[in-house]
Design a protein around this ligand. Structure first.
Ligand code: FMN
Length: 485
């Protein structure tokens, strides 16, 4: 049996499963007319609608759907989530499928970033959820008007921090590695890892006030850093802790200017535990570099994985709109030039090259621009790139000026990210009815036949950019036809 994400093709089977379960399992607790009304509402369309704003999972065996469950935000909250639609086919209850579904939901990103998870539990499901650690909301063991119990579970969100103190690093490394004898049984090498960790960039994952995992990096060349060692308590595996540690370590490695990260492990196919480690590294994006059969010893052939840190895909997935403060450090001219060149390298309709660019790094001009950028944004940016367009036709009456400057802007945003800076596409703000853009254009001496349409601040960020909510893949992208696969 596997638990996997719901797809559109599952809607009918999930609807049938829910209707059957309501009619068989819930009859002892609810009147028939209540259940029939519910069954009528659980149509495939209703399931698809719910799957649109939740992360919906199904349990499948031999092509048959045996169970389902979903998790989503609790009334739009980013800090609370709610479980929905947890059902297991009456013939398959008692096999632990419900528990596996709930555990999967509790490891979903909606759960991992939530401080509280709520469940509207039926009378039938109540004992199961109580066993899964859910308590009555606000301590009230009463049903609501829908004859459902409101249950909840609190969780402390996982936090990852970089540890500076060598003693603290060694203490955490010891605590975790000594709890992982399946991977770190050899005392000599374990002690070696612990000793070395004190001097290495060190990231600790903490939950409920205790360390649950750590990761150390080690420089192995001017351009390369090695994921020297990482460990996550076994009871905390499969909760996204390794991924969270790796995300912070990778951010650090990129900011420190490394181009590659390598990691070594025992080659796939030797031991089950190490096979899991291989699959984990592969899932992070590591690629096989080489196997050294006797680097460690003949029983433990060493697989080296490598990852390019600033690959184009990596950069474009990392780009975010940054609206926080910038450090005062100036942006070197060679970096600004590289960003402008990236903009000019963009495609343009009929190669008309209708977009032009002005980088501003002179403090006086920046100050003059700041006076007209009101309400203020990007006030602390040490450089601004202004994007100009000429609305000339590419051919006949076809004007691609908007497409041209949009492509130039995206290229520059990617170059900004690759070089370790942050930016934001400010177009709406300056082209609104108050036409801030026209006042900026006058300060920069832009001729009448050009229009200033966008500004991009450039600088080193003080804080992390916010992660915007993006709609799920399946809502916006398909294979072989509209909303098909
Ligand atoms: C045409 C266009 C105009 C935009 N104008 C503004 C703006 O005036 N102010 C702003 O804060 N962000 C602006 N943005 C940035 C979007 O708000 C941002 O891309 C979106 O929220 C998604 O976040 P992300 O860029 O981090 O993926 C603009 C983006 C585009 C494509």
């Amino acid at each position: 049996m596997i638990i996997r994400r719901f797809t559109e093709a599952d809607a009918q089977a999930v609807s049938d499963l829910i209707v059957t379960t309501l009619r068989v399992s819930n009859t002892k607790d609810y009147p028939a007319e209540t259940l029939e009304a519910l069954a009528r509402s659980e149509t495939p369309e209703h399931i698809l609608e719910r799957a649109g704003w939740t992360h919906f999972y199904v349990a499948e065996e031999d092509g048959r759907i045996l169970g389902c469950g979903a998790i989503g935000p609790y009334w739009g909250s980013t800090e609370e989530s709610s479980l929905f639609t947890v059902f297991v086919h009456p013939e398959c209850q008692g096999r632990g499928i419900g528990a596996r579904i709930v555990r999967t939901l509790e490891q979903d990103e909606f759960a991992l970033c939530a401080k509280r998870i709520e469940i509207p539990a039926s009378i039938t499901g109540l004992p199961f959820y109580r066993k899964m650690g859910y308590d009555f909301k606000n301590g009230r063991a009463e049903m609501d008007e829908e004859r459902l119990y409101r249950l909840e579970k609190f969780r402390t969100p996982l936090s990852v921090r970089q540890v500076a103190d060598p003693g603290e690093k060694r203490r955490i490394a010891r605590e975790i590695l000594e709890a992982l004898p399946d991977w770190f049984a050899v005392e000599e090498s374990r002690e070696g890892y612990i000793r070395a960790s004190g001097e290495q960039p060190f990231f600790a994952a903490e939950q409920d006030g205790r360390a649950v995992g750590f990761l150390c990096l080690k420089e192995t060349g001017a351009a390369t850093v090695e994921l020297a060692v990482m460990g996550v308590r076994k009871s905390c595996h499969r909760q996204g802790i390794g991924k969270a540690l790796f995300a912070d370590a990778k951010r650090f490695a990129v900011a420190a200017g490394y181009e590659f990260m390598q990691v070594k492990t025992v080659r796939m196919g030797c031991y089950e535990d190490y096979d899991r480690t291989n699959r984990f590294y592969q899932s992070l994006g590591f690629r096989e570099l080489e196997v050294f059969p006797t680097l460690w010893d003949a029983e433990n052939p060493c697989q080296v994985y490598v990852m390019q840190l600033n690959s184009p895909l990596d950069v474009l997935l990392r780009r975010r709109s940054y609206r926080g403060k910038f450090k005062p450090d100036p942006v070197p001219r060679e970096d600004l030039t590289a960003i402008l060149e990236a903009g000019l390298a963009a495609p343009s309709g009929c190669n008309k090259q209708t977009a032009s660019l002005i980088a501003v790094d002179d403090p006086e001009t920046l100050a003059a621009l700041r006076v007209v950028i009101d309400p203020p944004v990007a006030e602390t940016a040490p450089a601004l790139i202004c994007v100009l367009t000429r609305r000339i036709n590419a051919y006949r009456d076809r004007c691609f000026a908007i497409q041209d400057y949009a492509a130039a802007i995206e290229n520059m945003l990617l170059a900004v990210t690759a070089l370790g800076y942050q930016s934001c596409w400010y177009e709406g703000h300056i082209t609104d009815t108050d036409r801030i853009c026209d006042r900026m254009a006058r300060i920069l001496g832009v001729p009448e036949d050009y229009e200033l349409v966008c500004m991009l601040p450039v600088g080193i960020a003080v804080s992390e950019p916010a992660m915007p909510k993006k709609k799920p893949f399946a809502e916006r992208a398909w294979f072989n036809g509209f909303q098909k696969e």
